[in-house]
Design a binder for this molecule. Structure first.
Ligand code: ISL
Length: 520
């Protein structure tokens, strides 16, 4: 397997070679002592990101929002929520990021808005409202119940419909009742959302992460699901041809701007060949999330299968993979894999597979999820653990000016950025080293990919670009494994930070990840 799309002869695109760092603004750093992170906080720690060596930042939503889904319920797409700052603060942050060569992607939420958005207020005001058809309104079923059997995300017992007594109809919401779905079949909606993109592109953002963008095309008949799927949220299987022309026109909006703007779509499907379709012929998404590895557990066989499926599905259509091991919706690496050693070995794979890696803030510190006592649970999806605040300093307040909105992750002082910086054995320095190794190797950033023979619990692959070559070994086993490597190799990076710069002796330690280079 050698992704022709990724070879060094292809035109260079920053979004293929960069590492994207996801910031959850509420939890990054607070500067106005309200317990919630803000844009100024991100600016204060911008050098952490530049030193880390990532190339792009993705900010989870910063728009005006009642925060029922913590910003994924947008009430004004063209303003910053006062919790986070204002537009002038955003412009300053964008400037500081660009000064350091960091690209900035905003989260764009196309499928739904908040019930408090002016569009929805107008839409629900009467059946004859000029914006009635901006959302998905339907009459009750014959028995007075919801128009079909779809259920909402987060709660399989709740219909994806809420009855609006004033106008006697139901509106569709694939997520919370506070997040009504927009009707993308209406050209006015499409044009209004394009304007949202232009608003931010004009300000200079480098692109977007598009929230559940596979949901925007809908069959207007809204047919019932078969009984076996009737209690599942559609998010994991909604695969609708009507989405593709919408994506092509979204792509057209970005392509009209100079500077290689890019869009990465959250296509939350489980089948890599289905996800590949959302790249179109290079005329839909630039990148699409693929959560195959996130779902593969700590299991070399499942990783190998997931990676093979992605590479084989993407190569023929010229799509470029993404790799995701965590985000603001999922447990952190250490929590999911059950040990820091495993999380560190997984980082070696994440940063050396062929494609664009996404790194969720705090993974570079090896944080695990915070324990959230019941009285502090606020998220409709129960996803607070991975959203715990980032500890910057050792001291008890960890660099935050007031008690944060969520509890600290375990060992926050010892895992703070301050405690880890300069300690070569720390997870932070491991990430910095891996990112340095990646930046300095064309093979890792943009080269070909091929599996290498290895014992079943070792993931082993080669990357190559002309005479630049790397081999990557990740041992999932709890004891060492021997790997026959013809030729002479030396260790470029080890997740255990052992033997770097030395000859590779043929063994990879328990739960260790290695990047090898041919001996000089
Ligand atoms: O969170 C999930 C599982 O715990 C996912 O199913 C999630 O709902 C799905 O990936 C969609 O996520 C995105 O859209 C949601 C928002 O709540 C998530 O934070 C966002 O990442 C609705 O906008």
């Amino acid at each position: 397997m050698s992704p022709t799309s990724g070879g060094p002869t292809t035109r260079r695109r920053w979004w293929r070679e960069t590492v994207v760092y996801q910031i959850y603004p509420r939890s990054f750093l607070d500067t106005d002592a309200d317990g919630v992170g803000d844009l100024r906080g991100i600016g204060h720690r911008i050098d952490h990101l530049a030193d880390l060596g990532v190339g792009a930042l993705w900010l989870s939503p910063i728009y005006r929002s009642p925060m029922t889904d913590f910003g994924y319920d947008v009430s004004d797409h063209c303003d910053v929520d006062p919790l986070f700052g204002d537009l002038a603060e955003f412009d300053r942050l964008l400037g500081r990021a660009h000064d350091r060569g960091l690209r900035v992607l905003l989260d764009w939420v196309p499928n739904h808005t908040s019930v408090e958005h002016a569009w929805f207020r107008e839409s629900r005001s009467s059946r004859s409202s000029p914006k009635r058809n901006w959302y998905v309104w339907r009459d009750p079923a014959a028995d007075g119940g919801p128009p079909n059997n779809w259920v909402a995300a987060f709660d399989p017992d709740s219909p994806a419909w809420t009855y609006d007594g004033r106008t006697g109809q139901y509106y569709l919401h694939l997520f919370l009742p506070e997040q009504p779905d927009l009707n993308w079949a209406n050209p006015e909606v499409e044009s209004a959302q394009h304007d949202v993109l232009r608003f931010w592109l004009d300000r200079g953002v480098d692109g977007f992460r598009a929230d559940v963008v596979h949901l925007i095309g809908k069959d207007p008949a809204l047919p019932d699901e078969p009984p076996e799927r009737a209690s599942q949220s559609r998010v994991g299987y909604h695969h609708e041809p009507r989405t593709h022309p919408l994506l092509r026109r979204i792509r057209g909006v970005l392509d009209a701007y100079p500077g290689d703007r890019a869009i990465v779509g959250e296509i939350n499907l489980h089948d890599s060949s289905a996800i590949a379709e959302y790249h179109g012929e290079g005329d839909e998404l630039h990148l699409a999330f693929n959560f195959a590895l996130l779902r593969a557990g700590w299991n070399a066989r499942r990783w190998r299968t997931a990676i093979t499926e992605v590479v084989e599905a993407y190569e023929p259509v010229g799509a470029w993979p993404t790799w995701v091991l965590s985000n603001h919706d999922e447990p952190r690496h250490v929590t999911r894999y059950g040990s820091v050693a495993r999380a560190r070995a997984a980082a070696v794979a994440l940063l050396s597979l062929p494609g664009t890696p996404f790194l969720y803030a705090g993974e570079e510190l090896g944080l695990s999820d915070a324990a959230i006592p019941p009285h502090l649970r606020v998220d409709p999806g129960g996803r607070e653990g991975c959203r715990a605040p980032i500890p910057w300093e050792r001291g008890p307040d960890h660099g935050w000016p007031a008690e944060p909105w969520l509890p600290w992750p375990p060992s926050a002082g010892a895992l703070s950025a301050e405690a880890q910086r300069g300690d070569p054995t720390s997870t932070l320095e491991l990430y910095r080293h891996l990112l340095r190794v990646r930046r300095s190797s064309e093979a890792l950033r943009a080269g070909t990919f091929a599996w290498r023979d290895a014992p079943p619990d070792v993931l082993a692959f080669d990357r190559g670009a002309e005479d630049d070559r790397r081999a990557v070994l990740v041992n999932f086993a709890a004891s060492p494994r021997s790997v026959a490597m013809p030729g002479a190799w030396e260790i470029d990076a080890s997740s255990r930070r052992k033997r770097e710069g030395q000859a590779f002796g043929g063994a990879v330690s328990a739960e260790e990840g290695l990047v090898l280079r041919p001996s000089r």
